[in-house]
Design a protein around this ligand. Sequence first.
Ligand code: URA
Length: 499
Amino acid sequence: MTHRGGPVLIVEGGYPDWRAQALRALASGWPPEAVQWSDRRDAEALGGQQLGLEYTSPGASAVLADSSKQDERGVDRPLPDVRISKELAALLQDAALYRSPQRWAFLYRVLWRWYQGDRAVASAADEDGARLYGMAKSVRRAKHDMIAYVRFHRRDNGAVPEYLAWYEPEHDVLAWAADHFARRMGMTTWWIGTPQGSALWDGKTLQYANAAADTASDAASLRADAGADQVEAMWLAYYRSIFNPARLNEAALQQHMPVRFWKGLPEGRLIPSMVAEARNGARRVGQANAVGSMPGKQVAVDAQRAQPVREIPSSLDACRRCELWRHATQAVPGRGPDAARLMLVGEQPGDQEDLMGRAFVGPAGKVLEDALRRAGVGADTVYLTNAVKHFKWIARGKRRLHKTPAQQEVEACAHWLDEERTRLRPTVIVTLGGTALGAVLHRKASLRDYMQEPVRLADAWLIATWHPSYALRVDDDARREEIVAAIAAAIARGRELAG
Ligand code: URA
């Protein structure tokens, strides 16, 4: 459809639809000022006209398209293969949820500039870049707020859906949050209403309805019920279960949820006692009683060392493939450049890594740094990760002591290591210790058998060496020196093979 002043593109299906249409517009050579963008909602105000461009969205997030489609006259028009960085793809996807009539036009301007080779557009120092970052940040905050402040009420008449919630998000984050709740409350049925539309989980699938469609359904009564002032134990149990005394920061708690709101929130009455318990526990590490049942004594750590939990939990944080998450502060992801050719795999995060959320920052990390220095390899050029992403420990007096993960925990976590290997495609993998070796080989193996020579795997070279913590355990200085030297030699060999 064209409108006075140029074509009007109407976005009906959110980001994937915008992306498809933006590619068509790029293929047509339409500069941003020649195109008008509109949401379906706003388009109705333009007289219901629409441009019917069918499109199946491509899969790869960082490649916007690589296929060819017909235009509205049935003429083949090759779509451009627009490669964007993963970071820009994430920014565009978040900014697409920013509620503003200009969002699609603005995103197209960003994409157009990128397509013209103007990479500055992805920088926060650029005017458009800064706006893009600002929009994405605001959306991420709205996502976080929604999962933090949605309150489900149980309907007392046995009706389905069993739980209802009403929430007014600042941006279009309903689908994102509904997906979050579906993964956590999958055994129940629930409905979340917002002024823009609703999400219904029937125990198997998520269905969305926009506000106009809702009016025609029984949404009005759901909305009324959702506002009912009835608090359900499920929410309270959930709140208790996510409360971790080790992470308690009272100032931040009160800043995010001022005391004057507590009486209006179901969990308000739980907070004072949970805070008191946490204080009383002298910053105990571990989870609230409701979450874990770890045997042994409670362990004191310096709460100041604990980093705030990531604001938007990653899917790794949500991992429940084994039980280790129950006693860990957080999952610790790998770190390092995606382009790294050398990947170093350790066993599992230690006490400090667990608190900081960062791999190899404790004593073993210092030994590893030393070995990297000796090998002449910059620590920031390699990718450091672990076979297991949650800290497994036992209490000994006031300390949390490392406990070797069981084979089934290593196997459960192989999913994440495989994901990292697929994403990075390292040329060389250096395994540190037996657990890492077994994780990379997907079977138990003798470290000594593999330490002699690099081994060719299907996708990379494997070099096996000692774990740096072995150097910390030996008493003998000469032996310690040998171990660190062996790790350094393995890394140096890895660098040679990586080219
Ligand atoms: N040991 C490991 O294997 N990994 C870490 O991140 C820290 C100690």
